[in-house]
Ligand binder design. Structure first.
Ligand code: NAP
Length: 352
């Protein structure tokens, strides 16, 4: 079968035609890749070898497709019954391990962390949700310690603020909407071109991240009356800004200040800054040694599906920039150059 491979660290993306079709174990499903998504992590995998078990590697970890084979104990985390051949699924797969990437024609998913496609979205839309939603949930429900939502009994709105840095990113869009569903007033940073998108997703305050830091802090202080205890960096670059904001607001807030970030490589601000930080690590997803992570992600999946099907969370825009495994190279360049903007870049790998 075909797949997009990189032979060695820093090497180019090539099309291989002789990849072995992987076989699912008892708790796995084999999927025909229909839409493959491109994420920031593939660049780090290829340039730094991040999470790569061995070379050549097929980068890519997110997509949607159709179940071709089902292991004998491969349970759907939403229905609690076995997956079936022909089911439509999506999500984020193991990174850097042979057999798991949607950038090849058929790939494996661990059933417990596979997301059954929400019934009200299409397969290309489904290819955009895995990494963003799971990462946002780790931030909101573990980093910021918000109690896990029951999509059929959402809490009433409260007069408490949460801040999301980078609301227009894939992670940010899910974080903003999930915090809204949890009843928070949400402030977010975005560029001017993404302001109306964020407002349409429910953000109560959108701050232009290109403005000077002091202006951002002053606007935030005025809008929240200085009462802000929760902050989530969904674009990995805001540790210093989070520290400045919390220290400016410290005299006006009571309660525990919590900060979570997708930046899991730089040292995080510590408690001496007056707040507690937890970084997010989705990278080991699916790996057998990440038992606790996988169990938690499995708990998140019915909530993700419930919020999307209930219309409480809207999936982001996307653009299909290529066809077949051959289309991945050009689409990846497009994404790396930032030409997709806040839209997820997809490639249609196979036919339904
Ligand atoms: N630790 C983990 O487990 C984990 C998991 C997933 C992702 N990540 C990391 O999380 C980050 C986000 O990933 P993603 O896939 O959601 O990214 P993405 O969708 O590619 O994010 C792109 C968007 O980020 C916004 N942005 C860029 N710089 C910004 C800034 N300084 N302030 C606010 N917004 C900014 C831009 O929005 P505008 O349109 O507003 O300019 C842009 O459209 C990446 O660094 C990724 O590597 C980490």
């Amino acid at each position: 079968m075909k797949g997009a491979t990189v032979a060695k660290q820093g090497g180019p993306l090539e099309v291989s035609t002789d990849l072995e079709i992987p076989q699912p174990d008892d708790k796995q499903i084999l999927i025909k890749s229909i839409y493959a998504a491109i994420n920031p992590v593939e660049k780090f995998m290829v340039e730094w070898g991040l999470l790569v078990d061995s070379w050549p590697v097929v980068p890519g970890c997110e997509g949607s497709g159709i179940v071709l084979k089902v292991g004998k104990d491969a349970i759907n985390p939403v229905t609690g019954a076995l997956f079936k051949e022909g089911d439509e699924v999506c999500g984020c797969t193991r990174l850097g391990m042979k057999g798991y990437s949607p950038w090849q024609e058929q790939f494996l998913m661990d059933a417990a962390i596979a997301i059954p496609k929400p019934s009200n979205i299409t397969l290309p839309q489904a290819a955009t949700i895995g990494s963003g939603a799971l990462t946002a949930f780790m931030g909101v429900f573990d980093g910021l310690r918000v109690p896990l939502l029951d999509p059929s009994h959402l809490p009433s709105p409260k007069n408490e603020w949460a801040l999301v840095f980078g609301g227009a990113s894939s992670v940010g869009k899910f974080a903003v909407q999930t915090l809204k569903a949890a009843g928070y007033k949400v402030a977010t940073t975005a560029s001017a071109k993404s302001t109306s998108l964020l407002q349409s997703l429910g953000a109560d305050l959108v701050l232009d991240y290109n403005k000077p830091e002091l202006e951002i802090i002053a606007d935030l202080k005025t809008a929240t009356s200085g009462k802000l205890n929760l902050a989530f960096d969904a674009v990995s670059v805001n540790n210093p800004l989070a520290t400045s904001i919390f220290s400016a607001l410290a005299p006006t807030t009571t309660g525990q200040r919590l900060y979570t970030t997708t930046n899991d490589w730089d040292p995080v601000p510590d408690a001496s800054n007056g707040f507690t930080t937890k970084d997010i690590k989705l990278g080991p997803i699916g790996r057998p040694e990440a038992k606790e992570l996988n169990e938690r992600l499995s708990e998140f999946i019915p909530v993700i599906v419930g919020l999307i099907e209930g219309g409480k969370v809207r999936v982001g825009e996307f653009e299909v920039k290529g066809e077949g495994v051959e289309g991945l190279g050009g689409a990846w360049e497009w994404q790396k150059e930032g030409k997709g903007g806040s839209r997820k870049v997809l490639v249609r790998i196979g036919e339904v």
